[in-house]
Design a protein around this ligand. Structure first.
Ligand SMILES: CC(C)(COP(=O)(O)OP(=O)(O)OC[C@H]1O[C@@H](n2cnc3c(N)ncnc32)[C@H](O)[C@@H]1OP(=O)(O)O)[C@@H](O)C(=O)NCCC(=O)NCCS
Length: 409
């Protein structure tokens, strides 16, 4: 079976997480992704190592299905080789600190001169303005994109979420931009610049909180559990704050992840009252409409918890789903990595690696019926130097050896 992006070639100058998460998706969709690393390698190869002298899981889980070449972009020969490579590629992706690629001598204008069909994708922390020149990491973007101020409990500090919405979330936005630019190139013949700022991507994911910021102007947010409202959207714990109320209720035996998130749709109320042993509340005007329950959501979830605490979360999941009540047990990372349905869906996959042996990674969440994803291991540093420099660019053995010896590759 062919792959959706077969024939598309990506020069991947990304590092750490945000950029690599984007180019890994492109590789999974069939693009030939060639990662260019400084001869010292992407810093994450060595970060958070669990085994000595072996590429970290940080690296191996974000760089599958890519090839790796080393190239010193600060050497004149390195710049020349890069210039020779560019016309052979469709996409250049990078997420260095602001201005790094320009400082290498490759402004957007210069890149267009070399390859007018090139799509040049950059991830930065911020858009144009006061923060343009600032570096950014995951939680910086969460802080400035609206996530931290709205995450946590009312009486606690702002919290970071474990979901990497600033890094991988931005990466997914970058994929959308790159694919749109590829499609537009079909009509125009021209490449274009794709830029995504981490702050913007997080804000896009926090859209509903700006909805609520504006709703606040017209009164308190009744769907929030908070009792007092100022002029900013407050942290609302585990409340969805959306159209249907939800909360995480405790289950047996009371461990740190023995919780289930339950959503009470209007149609779910009657079966819930029966399940929790309070059938009289189904017709009680104090309880039998969403409006009647709105000012006592905490009490409502307390009643549900009084029932759920006597059962394990998997049993509660089954019982609620018998009545089509939307809910989700809080799964620990251990439960997720051992989950057979996620494995069956190709979402937790085993990959063999020549240095570390078998490891698990998260598979591709985008499923195409005509383009299946085979997750292949990440490349070793410079593993494909000979492929690219000798077989594709035609360096002879002597040049190749010389470039290796003097740190160009
Ligand atoms: C993530 C980040 C903070 C890391 O900062 P950093 O470790 O200081 O690295 P930078 O990206 O700023 O700089 C990379 C340097 O390596 C150099 N470099 C990169 N690839 C190279 C290569 N192949 N050959 C030679 N030098 C290379 C760059 O030229 C740059 O040097 P310079 O600053 O002297 O011009 C920064 O890259 C950043 O803000 N990126 C954009 C936002 C982002 O993606 N953040 C999330 C990452 S998960």
């Amino acid at each position: 079976m062919g792959k959706a992006l077969e024939g598309v070639r990506v020069l991947d100058m990304t590092h750490v997480q945000s950029g690599p998460s984007a180019t890994q998706i492109l590789a999974w969709l069939g693009a030939d992704v060639v990662k260019i690393e400084a001869p010292t390698g992407d810093i994450t190869r060595k970060q958070l190592r669990d085994l000595p002298d072996v590429d970290s899981l940080y690296f191996t889980m974000l760089n599958c299905n890519k090839r790796s070449v080393t190239l010193n972009m600060k050497s004149e020969e390195g710049k020349r080789i890069f210039t020779e490579m560019l016309p052979k590629f469709d996409i250049l992706a990078e997420n260095f600190g602001p201005g790094a690629v320009d400082r290498m001598g490759f402004t957007w204008e210069r890149l267009q001169e070399i390859n007018p069909r090139l799509i040049y994708a950059s991830i930065k922390g911020f858009g144009e303005g006061p923060y343009t020149h600032f570096k950014a990491y995951e939680v910086v973007a969460q802080a400035m994109g609206g996530s931290m101020s709205t995450t946590g409990f009312e009486d606690g500090p702002p919290l970071a979420t474990g979901a990497q919405i600033g890094d991988s979330g931005t990466g997914m936005h970058a994929v959308a931009g790159i694919l749109a630019a590829l499609y537009q190139r079909e009509h125009t013949g021209r490449g274009q610049r794709v830029t995504v700022a981490m702050q913007h991507a997080v804000l896009n994911l926090c859209r509903v909180k700006l909805r609520d910021q504006q709703r606040l102007e017209h009164g308190p947010l009744a769907e929030y559990p908070n009792e007092e409202f100022g002029d900013e959207v407050p942290r609302s714990g585990n409340a969805s704050g959306g159209g249907q109320p939800g909360w995480a209720v405790k289950c047996a035996p009371g461990g740190p992840n023995d919780y289930i998130y339950v959503i009470v749709q209007p149609v779910g109320w009657e079966p819930i009252t029966k399940l929790i042993g309070r059938p009289e509340l189904a017709d009680d005007p104090e309880w039998n409409t969403p409006e009647a329950r709105l000012d006592k959501l905490d009490k409502m979830f307390q009643l549900i918890e009084e029932w759920s605490i006597g059962h394990g979360k998997w049993e509660v999941l089954a019982r609620l789903n018998e009545h089509n009540i939307p809910c989700g047990p809080v799964l620990s990372t251990k439960e997720i990595i051992e989950d057979t349905s996620l494995a069956d869906n190709g979402m937790v996959v085993n990959v063999d690696h020549p240095k570390r042996g078998e490891f698990k990674t998260v598979g591709c969440p985008i499923k195409l019926s005509d383009s299946t994803v085979d997750v292949e291991r990440s490349p070793l540093l410079g593993e494909h130097n000979e492929d690219l420099y000798m077989r594709e660019l035609g360096l002879d053995e002597a040049q190749y050896t010389e470039f290796k010896a003097n740190g160009v590759i």
